[in-house]
Write a protein that binds this ligand. Structure first.
Ligand code: GLN
Length: 490
């Protein structure tokens, strides 16, 4: 928080300057492109930098302001989009060879909403292939590096978006979170990342990974910026059949409401596998909640221990079905062969990377006749247990607190040959996806290695207001020097 007590909102302050004619959008975009030119060769946050269209859009925003029109609450603000969000006429690859050259014929709803708010898209960000991974190393375009320490991973799968915000390339970015892919990279890069309640943000135009889990959400350097971006992208969309047809919580207006009198539950099971320095930061975060007048208690939600194993049946099962569409006919890559069936095999063999193939095989097995009930059916029953566990917890508590990731950013290559170690990176984030609940990660101090630690807050479905209120309190009480962007635009 600033000295005046209102939470800092650099992206929206920047837009206010552009709207008032105090700052030109073209200058803002040039600053973003200059920051990108300087560090992108080292970090590889982007699959595609859209310098020309960003400059044109910025000039258009400036013309609107000069003509007395209001371009919207994000006027001239550079944003980075994860490369699984469809952009009309602009290559969208999910960092996979199989989608190379594919240009969607339409924009994702979130892209349209950002555009209407006056934002300027500066690029499509690198990710784990089809969002499968926790380090952005399964990308067909090569890994992204963590701006806080380029020998470390940025987390994943939205590692390019998290790193772009941490590096100051853009003050805002979008990612997608199926099992933690917004929150975990946000934690590892020292920025804010939020996964909304399932159904509050339209997924029209998000390339599907596991449809019962996928959600789109914001990355920002501050809680208020993330809240503002959520307000811009949220709300019912008839083009998405899973979109909730009821009012989405508006969160910017409640940011200053505090948490006095609320009960915050520190989830014992989320702390279990975490490194001691991470546990120490979360304990300090709990103290901040107590000092703000919340009642803090330790709570046990034993069902969250089952999250990882249920997720690695449900997510691959859904992925095996969703990825069946890449057949060499409809999208991107085609490897020619004498007949359709061998063309299909050759295309998929050449087009998918090892992790995607592993998921398709796991998922196909879990869904096969004779195993369906023992694996997929059982995982669905476990999922129900997890929902019930959270229900009990929210009877007792308003919000829950735990680490986002059990460790800080790990070295590149460390977990690449050990899928289980990689999967364990998401042990703290997966339960909210299975329950469909909102959760946010915000920077809260550093580990013994000097790298960012993320505190994770969880709330019941449609509890975004509580979530952001608590996040604003934690942000204000976080140790100095936590998070933010390393120079750059805002
Ligand atoms: N890391 C998890 C996975 O590999 C989650 C990914 C995600 O949220 N997209 O499936």
């Amino acid at each position: 928080m600033s000295s005046t007590g209102s939470p800092a909102s650099p992206a929206f302050d920047l837009a206010d300057d552009v709207r008032a004619g105090r700052r030109r959008a073209v200058d803002v975009v040039e600053a973003s492109l200059a920051a990108i030119a300087e560090r992108e060769p080292e970090l590889h946050c982007f699959n595609l930098v859209l310098a020309d269209s960003a400059r044109q859009r910025a000039a258009e925003i400036d013309r609107m302001v000069a003509a007395g029109e209001d371009p919207g609450p994000l006027a001239g603000v550079p944003v980075a989009l994860k490369d699984n969000l469809c952009t009309r006429g602009i290559e969208t690859t999910c960092s996979s060879r199989i989608l190379a050259g594919w240009r969607p014929p339409y924009d994702a709803t979130v892209v349209t909403r950002l555009d209407r708010a006056g934002a300027v898209v500066v690029g499509k960000t690198n990710m784990d292939e089809f969002a499968m991974g926790s380090s952005t190393e399964t990308s067909a375009t090569g890994p992204t590096r963590n701006p806080r320490d380029p020998s470390r991973v940025p987390g994943g799968s939205s590692g390019g978006s998290a790193a772009a915000v941490a590096a100051g390339f853009a003050p805002l970015a979008l990612g997608s979170d199926t099992g933690g892919s917004i929150r975990q990279p946000a934690a590892l890069c020292g920025v804010v990342g939020m996964k909304p309640t399932y159904g509050t943000v339209s997924r029209y135009g998000l390339v599907a990974f596991a449809s019962s889990l996928d959600q789109i959400g914001p990355f920002a350097t501050t809680v208020a910026d993330a809240a503002g971006m959520f307000d811009v992208i949220g709300g019912h969309d008839p083009a998405d059949s899973t979109s909730l047809d009821r009012p989405t919580p508006r969160v910017v207006s409640v940011l200053g409401d505090g948490i006095e009198g609320l009960t915050v539950g520190v989830v014992r099971e989320l702390l279990e596998g975490a490194d001691p320095d991470v546990v120490a930061r979360i304990t300090a975060a709990a103290d901040v909640c107590a000092a703000a007048g919340a009642h803090v208690e330790e709570i046990s939600v034993p069902e969250v221990r089952l999250g990882l194993s249920a997720y690695y049946l449900i997510a691959p099962a859904e992925a095996s079905s969703n990825l069946a569409r890449y057949d060499g006919v409809r999208y991107g890559l085609r490897v020619d062969a004498p007949d359709a069936a061998s063309m299909n095999v050759a295309t998929r063999t050449a087009g998918f990377g090892a992790e995607v193939k592993r998921r398709i095989m796991l998922g196909t097995y879990a869904l096969s006749a004779g195993y369906y009930d023992a694996y997929y059916g059982q995982a669905l029953r476990v999922r129900t247990r997890i929902v019930e566990g959270f229900e009990r917890a929210y009877h007792q508590c308003d919000v829950l607190l735990g680490p986002t990731s059990p460790t800080t950013a790990f070295p590149l290559g460390e977990r690449l040959d050990d899928p289980l170690a990689m999967y364990l990176s998401d042990v703290c984030t997966i339960p909210s996806n299975l329950a469909g609940h909102p959760a946010i990660s915000l920077p809260f101090g550093t580990g013994d290695d000097g790298l960012p630690v993320g505190a994770q807050l969880l709330a019941p479905a449609l509890g975004e207001s509580l979530l952001f209120r608590a996040a604003a309190v934690l942000e204000a009480g976080a140790p100095a020097g936590t998070g933010g962007a390393a120079g750059g635009v805002a």
